[in-house]
Every structure is written in C-alpha cells, then in structure tokens.
Design a protein around this ligand. Sequence first.
Ligand SMILES: NC(=O)c1ccc[n+]([C@@H]2O[C@H](COP(=O)([O-])OP(=O)(O)OC[C@H]3O[C@@H](n4cnc5c(N)ncnc54)[C@H](O)[C@@H]3O)[C@@H](O)[C@H]2O)c1
Length: 352
Amino acid sequence: MATLRVRHQDAHEFVVNLLKASGVSASHAAIVAQGLVEADLRGVDSHGINRIPSYLARIRAGVLDPKAEPTLTQVTPVVAQVNAHNGFGSPAAHLAMSTACTIASTFGIGLVSVKHSNHFGMSAWLVRQAVDRGMMSLVFTNSSPALPVWGGKSQLMGVSPIACGAPGGNDSRPFILDMAPSVAARGKIHKALRRGEKIPKGWALDAEGRETEDPAEALKGVMLPMGGPKGSALAVMMDVFSGVMSGSAFAGGVVGPYDLKGPGGVGHFIVAIKPDLFVSLEEFRERMGILYKKVVESDRAEGVERIYFPGEIEQLTEEERLKDGIPYVQDEVDALNAEADNLQVPRLKVLA
Ligand SMILES: NC(=O)c1ccc[n+]([C@@H]2O[C@H](COP(=O)([O-])OP(=O)(O)OC[C@H]3O[C@@H](n4cnc5c(N)ncnc54)[C@H](O)[C@@H]3O)[C@@H](O)[C@H]2O)c1
C-alpha cells in the first residue's frame, strides 16, 4: 500500500484540534498528541495517531471523560498518587512522571501510582520524559485482557508493557527498553488489520486456539506470551504493581481502548531514580558510555550487520521521520479525516 508522509508538527496540530473539538482542554490535548506523535516518530506505529478514532469513540460513548482533571495526593515524602478520574491516560501519567522526577531530585527516588486511568499509549514517551530530566525510570501499566496465564486458554492478563530507561553516556544514546510481555504488542495486530496485512505465525491464536496469520481472527483469540511462562508472569507482575497496588481495576477488570463498555480503570506505576546515588554523575555517564560501546561493538553473529542498544532503532527512526515526515497509508488518513469532517476541524496535511 502506498504511503503518504505527514510532518510531525502537522500530525500534532491535527490531533490537538480533534481533541479540543471533543471537549479536551488545550493543555491535555497537547500532551495526548505528544505521546501519540512521538510513537509515530519512533516507528511504534501501533500506538500513534491512528489510535484517535477509538479514543474519540470512547468520548462519544460517554465512557471516557474528556474534561477530567487528574488530582495528586502526597502519600509519604517520596510517594504520591494521581487519580485520573477516568480522563485520558497520558496527562495523568505525564503528571505522575513529572512529580516522580521532582521528588527524586530531592530524595533520590520518587514513586507515583496512578489510578482510574485509561490507555496512555507507548510507554517509551514517559521514559523519555524522565531521560530528558536526567533521570532513570520504571514505567509499568496494566491493560485489558488479551493474554492467557500460562496453561490457560482464555484472555485474562493484559499485554501490559514493561518499560524502563536511563540517560546515556557522554557519547552514547540513552537506554530505553519498552516491551509488551507478549511476542508482539496487540496494537501491531490492529495495525495489520488497518493496513490489510497478515501477521506472522507465533504472535496469536484464534478463538479455537489455532495459530493464525489473520489479524481479525487473532483479535478474537489470545496473544501469545513471550518466553512462555516468563512472559505470562511479567504480565501478572504489571497487574500486581499497576492494578492491585493502586486501587484500580485488576485481574481482568480493565476495559480496553477499543471497547465502549465502560471506564478503563487502568492503573500505572511510575518510578524516577536519580542516576548519581552511588557514583558521581560524571562516573555514571562514563560507565554508560562504556556499556553502550561494549554492547554495540560486540562480536556480531553471522548475518547480523549492526548491533543496537535497546531503544536505539526507535531513535534512528525518529531522526529520519523528523526530517522526512511520518508515513501513513491512505486508509489510515481517510479514517482520520472522517473524524476531522465529523468534528468540522481541518483535515490532516499530507506532504506533496
Ligand atoms: N499502553 C498499553 O496498554 C500498551 C500495551 C501493549 C503495548 N504497548 C506499547 O507497544 C509498543 C510495542 O511493544 P513491543 O513489545 O511490540 O515492542 P518491540 O518488540 O518492537 O520492542 C521491544 C523492545 O526491544 C527493543 N528492540 C527491538 N529490536 C531490537 C534490536 N534489534 N536490537 C536491540 N533492541 C531491540 C526495542 O528498542 C524495545 O525497547 C511499546 O511501545 C509498548 O509501550 C502499550
């Protein structure tokens, strides 16, 4: 399918206009847009602006409150909680990370839990928020049932991403790990469906428990955990820290971003850590530089042209897309423009 390129600034403005026309404040619209556009820039197309039609459908169905203002409660000097009041996940998670970083800058570590939230998209943009403030971080969330527990056959746990990061060394890129506990994120199945593509075998089973390459059948079945019981255990871990602990929905109770049946009930768990707690900042940076070099200059296995640091491929994609624009397919642009027409805001500007 032919691709159309869009400047990231135009994608951002487009999303902000759609959200403002749907009752979201300008500041929250900018944060939601930032997370979605950053996903597209990083090549995480499964969590970019194509999520907007489903987000708007949830506002129209009255199951996500576009006007909700997250509130913050200090629990101990180093621990706080954000109540998202069933608003968008991104502004609540953004507030949580900014609070965690501020606490960590004084006390070395800051932990902020988020309850009554919704889908916040790609976790890496929150890790990036911490990296930009010179902080290490953990970003956990739970999500709607998609994955069986090990030995089970029906959806119970979320394909809940585990993410963490650390600032890079003087001449190296930051460390940004952001991965679903399944072989692939479920958003990649939605993306294949949007683009009329098949999915690789080994990602998901259909409703009858058979391997499938058809994204529509995969969505009726289950995602497969990565590393067997280990991936399933990581999904349970995300639910313990993000769901059970926060007071949000858990154990299969989260409502997904494509579902109109009720509030998301999503929980997040966000930690910021000062990198110079045990060695000086200068030494930390030097050591990160050494680690980066050792990793990327490691002996390559046959057929491997280059070794990347976690998060590096996404950063290289971002550098390319900042210059050349973000590629979308015509069907995606049409679906986005249908929302723009419906809300009477300008259509997405596509590069000639
Ligand atoms: N909010 C939610 O509920 C939710 C749920 C599921 C997934 N997601 C998002 O989906 C996205 C995709 O998840 P995924 O598991 O499919 O990611 P992925 O498999 O594409 O990448 C996982 C990690 O592996 C690293 N990596 C990949 N290839 C590499 C290579 N060749 N060399 C070195 N490192 C490499 C990446 O940098 C990344 O940190 C994530 O951004 C995640 O936050 C969000």
